[in-house]
Design a protein around this ligand. Structure first.
Ligand code: ZN
Length: 78
């Protein structure tokens, strides 16, 4: 979700979870890609990107799902 000023210039990215702006540093800006009808034919699928802080995304997932994000954090620290 892009945050725009009144003049429609892109001024930043809004986190889909906390609503705060996202600074582009570290793992942020994290894009979450939503694809509908995933197991259906590609011409019936729609996709949209949302943006979030990595930490907000990780906190919003259930713990067992969030653990699958651990390797991304490790790669960032290398
Ligand atoms: Zn956030």
């Amino acid at each position: 979700m892009l945050m725009t000023s009144l003049s429609k210039e892109i001024t930043g990215y809004m986190c889909a979870f906390c609503g705060e702006s996202i600074d582009s540093r570290g793992l942020d800006i994290t894009a979450l890609v939503l694809i509908t009808n995933w197991d259906g034919p590609e011409d019936r699928q729609q996709s949209q990107q949302f943006f979030a802080h990595f930490e907000c995304l990780a906190k919003s997932f259930r713990p067992e799902v969030s653990r699958e994000l651990d390797h991304l954090q490790e790669e960032q620290n290398d």
